[in-house]
Design a protein. Structure first.
Length: 107
């Protein structure tokens, strides 16, 4: 069976600002989950990884949910031809409000 290609993960410049609004104790969880979930088959739907039904403010196509109470959201786009994942936004959800870099988005 041939090896599956690993996807290269690129972070948008705005990710640093998004992370600054999240408690630093979660940084390693966020990084390891992104690397684990998006390096192989990032465009395959799972329980916590789904294509978005509506376009988001970031123009992404996929959402990854994880962490305590599924509070973290990573929005990303996949380019299968170049085996690349572009992480465009990282946020934290509380109730029906999503906070990305200190800005609130209603869901």
């Amino acid at each position: 069976m041939p090896d599956r290609p690993r996807f290269r993960i690129r972070y948008d410049r705005s990710i640093a600002a998004h992370l600054s609004a999240i408690d630093t104790q979660y940084y390693s969880l966020i990084r390891s989950t992104i690397e684990e979930q998006l390096a192989l088959l990032p465009d395959v739907e799972t329980r916590n990884r789904k294509p978005l039904r509506r376009p988001s403010a970031f123009g992404t196509a996929w959402e990854l949910r994880f962490g305590p109470d599924n509070r973290f959201r990573v929005f990303y786009a996949v380019d299968p031809t170049s085996a690349r994942v572009d992480v465009l936004a990282i946020g934290e959800k509380h109730g029906s409000t999503l906070r990305i870099g200190g800005e609130e988005f209603d869901l």
